[in-house]
Every structure is written in structure tokens, then in C-alpha cells.
Design a binder for this molecule. Structure first.
Ligand SMILES: Cc1ncc(COP(=O)(O)O)c(C=O)c1O
Length: 428
């Protein structure tokens, strides 16, 4: 048989080298290491949602069969009433569950479907770095070309400094310079993975102006919209003047309800944008699993009466504080996250021992890969090197940081914290 070679799009999307998730996979890590790497929770979804899932599987025959490709009506209705409070520009009518919502297999598939629906070969897509790494493959697989515009970090290496999201800045002249006649889409992510930044109104207005002036679609990844801290206001770019008609807002039940494995997400947009994404999604997955859509619907229906999101925000803020204290004790600087569940720590003060034996899979990768490998092997705590979320030209920006996830119970975070104190001896 002729040997099978990878497709060009797979190669362009980086399949020639191992991705960060494979390198920092638990099987490569010491057996007893504490995993603050990949962003999944160390607890189950809340009981009222689990009960709804069990109930749908056991008692709702139709939910166990193919669902409407658009998503189950109960979930679309629940999404519409949950979000309509914020999409006030739509007035009394609010979001139309029949035409303005598409349920997807997680936010990932929703974004993939939207890019498949709108990209032609050679169309350019602006990604703000650091970016969630699935974006690159979703753009390239659909014929697009990613164009990278970095968030500029606060100065690295400052002892005890505590920047916040607003200290990571987009240079809007740089953004405008990156736009060409081929630019079709801007992907935004707020609250942001891995920085924890939430774009403020003035920043979003500047993005909106660029999108309107250049007739661009905005894919606004807001999967962490329920995870915001210190009273930071989550602003949806779709609600700014002139933006509803050109924005697809992306949500995720996985992030909102601690159910990342359920693969339930959604797109919200005007009918013409949803209709086209629906055509793509129908051909990718046809429909999303039914019982867990029913359960996600119950989650949204009961969230307010159970004060669910408010309580969850408080619990996450406590977990965030546990992790921040760990790095305060080490006097390592980090960005205080306004939202999401990641802490981006400045690792430029960590000095690696000379002649340490790093595996060949780290060759050619940023310094952060070596630091995270060293921390995992010698300290027993797994973090993610964020230079993976930068284009080759901008690896130098990301390699000064390590991403620690705090979607773990406080005991796990405290245990990780105790281990991390070992880093003291490697600080300059
Ligand atoms: C920024 C961002 N967008 C999208 C996703 C994927 O969401 P989902 O699990 O709903 O596909 C993630 C998951 O880590 C993420 O961090």
C-alpha cells in the first residue's frame, strides 16, 4: 500500500511537531504530579444538572435519538432567555430561539462550523495572541490564513509586580496595519485564555470600528463569560452599535457548568449568520447529543433561582486567591485574572540548572517549555507553556510565562502550592 502522508492543511496547522497537550500529557509527567495544566475542573457538574441528565436519558425517549440540527428547542429557549437580558438592543422581542441560536458540540465545533461557513481559500483571519490553539487549525482546515496580532504584556521579570488584564494591550495601529483586502474575520476572546484579561468598552469599541470600517465578521469567543471576578463587567461586542449584524457570540455549557466533557456549546447571531453556520454544522456533526442538551437547558433555567453563577464566581475567586498567594510567597509576578480560570505567571526569574537533561521533544520550542517541563519533573506540578499560543514570530513574547489552571479544588491548589515553594532555590 502506498504510504499515507498527512494533508497539507494538517501540516500547516502544526502536525509536524507534537502539540503542547501531547507533550504535557499526564502519561509524560511524573505519576504523582498535580495537574494544573489542561483546563478541566476537578469536580463534577452540579447535582441538579446531573439529575436532569439522568432523567433525560432514562425518561425522555426522544432525547436519546437524533435532535434537530439547530439544537433541542428546550435548550435554545433557555439560551434565548438567559442571554436576552444582555442583548437589550433587540428590545422586548429578545433573541429568537428559532433563528438566532445554534447549539454546537462545544464552543470548538461552533467556531469550526462558523469558519467553514464563511471562509474562502486565502481569506485572512485576525487572531489576537496569545490565542486558544484550536483557532489556528480551525482556520487552516477551512482554507483560511491566520494573521497574528499580539497582546503586549507588562514588562517581564518585576519582583512582586501584579499587573492586571488591562496591562496587556492591543496596539490598534498594529491591528489596522494587519488588515488587508483579504481579511474576513477577527477572532476575539474575552474573558481571555490564558491572560484572564477582559476587554473593556473602549478596547471593544476600537475593535468594532475596525470591523465596521473593513466589513469584517467578528467571532467572539466568550466561553468564560460566567467566570468573572472583582466586579469586572463582561461586555459583549455584539451589543455595541453596528455590531449585532456582524458578530457571532460563542458560549459553552462545559465552562459554565463544569461539564467540559459534555461537548455542549452555542452560537448566537442574527438569522442570516446562524443559518449559514447551521448548514456547516449539519454536515460536520448533524446534531449534538440530546440528553445533555436537556440537562444544559435545565442548568440555564434554574441558574438564577439557585444563585448558581454567583456562588460559582465566589468559589472560583477563592481558588484564584489560593493560587495567587502561592506566587506571592515566591515573589513571582503574575497577571491578576479579571476572568477565566488561568493564572499567567512570569517565569523569567526562574533559572534552570545548567546541563539539565531535557527530552528532544522540547527542541526548538520556547524557554517556557523547558521551564514547565522542569517544574513538572522536579516539583511535581504541571503547568502549560503559553508560547504554544503564539505564532513562530512571537514565541519570544510568550516564553516568559507559564499558565496554571485554578479550576481545581482548594486542597489540590494548596498541595500544588506547597510543592511550588521548592522553586525558591531556582530564582534569581
Ligand atoms: C478560549 C476558549 N475557547 C473555546 C474553548 C473550548 O470550549 P468547548 O469545550 O466548549 O469546546 C476553550 C477551552 O479550553 C477555550 O479556552
Amino acid at each position: 500500500m502506498a504510504s499515507l502522508v498527512k494533508s497539507d492543511s494538517l501540516r500547516q496547522a502544526g502536525a509536524e511537531r507534537l502539540d503542547v497537550w501531547s507533550i504535557f500529557n499526564p502519561t509524560n509527567m511524573p505519576k504523582d504530579s498535580i495537574n494544573l495544566g489542561q483546563g478541566f475542573m476537578s469536580w463534577a457538574p452540579p447535582d441538579f444538572i446531573l439529575e436532569a441528565a439522568n432523567d433525560a436519558i432514562s425518561n425522555n425517549v426522544m432525547a436519546n435519538h437524533y435532535s434537530p440540527a439547530r439544537g433541542r428547542p428546550r435548550l435554545r429557549n433557555a439560551i434565548a432567555s438567559h442571554y436576552s437580558k444582555e442583548f437589550t438592543h433587540l428590545g422586548q422581542k429578545g433573541l429568537d430561539p428559532e433563528t438566532e441560536i445554534l447549539v454546537t458540540a462545544g464552543a470548538n465545533e461552533g467556531m469550526y462550523a462558523a469558519l467553514l461557513a464563511y471562509l474562502n481559500p486565502g481569506d485572512e483571519v485576525i487572531c489576537i495572541e496569545p490565542f486558544f490553539d484550536q483557532y489556528t487549525a480551525s482556520i487552516i482546515f477551512n482554507g483560511g490564513v491566520p494573521v497574528y496580532v499580539p497582546l503586549h504584556p507588562p514588562p517581564a521579570g518585576q519582583t512582586g509586580a501584579k499587573p492586571t488584564g488591562k496591562d496587556w494591550r492591543v496596539d490598534f495601529d498594529e491591528l489596522r496595519a494587519a488588515i488587508t483586502p483579504k481579511t474576513k474575520v477577527i477572532i476575539l476572546n474575552t474573558p481571555h485564555n490564558p491572560v484572564g484579561k477582559m476587554f473593556n468598552r473602549s478596547e471593544l469599541e476600537q475593535f468594532a470600528k475596525v470591523a465596521i470600517d473593513n466589513n469584517l465578521l467578528v467571532l467572539s469567543d466568550e466561553v468564560y463569560d460566567c467566570l468573572t471576578y472583582d466586579g469586572h463587567e463582561h461586555i459583549r461586542i455584539a451589543t455595541l452599535p453596528g455590531m449585532w449584524e456582524r458578530t457571532i457570540t460563542v458560549g459553552s455549557a462545559g465552562k459554565s457548568f463544569a461539564a467540559t466533557g459534555w461537548r455542549i456549546g452555542w452560537l448566537i447571531a442574527p438569522p442570516q449568520l446562524i443559518q449559514t453556520a447551521l448548514m456547516a454544522s449539519t454536515r460536520i456533526i448533524f446534531c449534538v447529543n440530546g440528553p445533555l442538551q436537556e440537562a444544559a437547558a435545565v442548568g440555564l433555567e434554574l441558574a438564577d433561582s439557585k444563585n448558581f453563577f454567583q456562588t460559582q464566581r465566589k468559589e472560583y475567586a477563592e481558588r484564584r486567591d489560593v493560587l495567587m498567594e502561592v506566587f506571592d510567597n515566591l515573589e513571582l509576578s503574575y497577571t491578576i485574572p479579571d476572568g477565566s480560570y488561568f493564572l499567567l505567571v512570569d517565569i523569567s526569574r526562574i533559572v534552570l540548572p545548567e546541563n539539565y537533561d531535557f527530552p528532544a521533544i522540547l527542541d526548538g520550542r520556547g524557554r517556557d517549555f523547558r521551564v514547565c517541563w522542569f517544574i513538572a519533573q522536579e516539583v511535581g506540578v504541571v503547568a502549560i507553556p503559553p508560547s504554544e499560543f503564539y505564532s513562530k514570530d512571537h514565541v519570544h513574547i510568550g516564553e516568559n510565562f507559564a499558565r496554571f489552571a485554578f479550576c481545581k479544588d482548594p486542597e489540590t491548589l494548596k498541595a500544588a502550592g506547597a510543592r511550588l515553594q521548592k522553586l525558591k532555590q531556582y530564582l534569581k
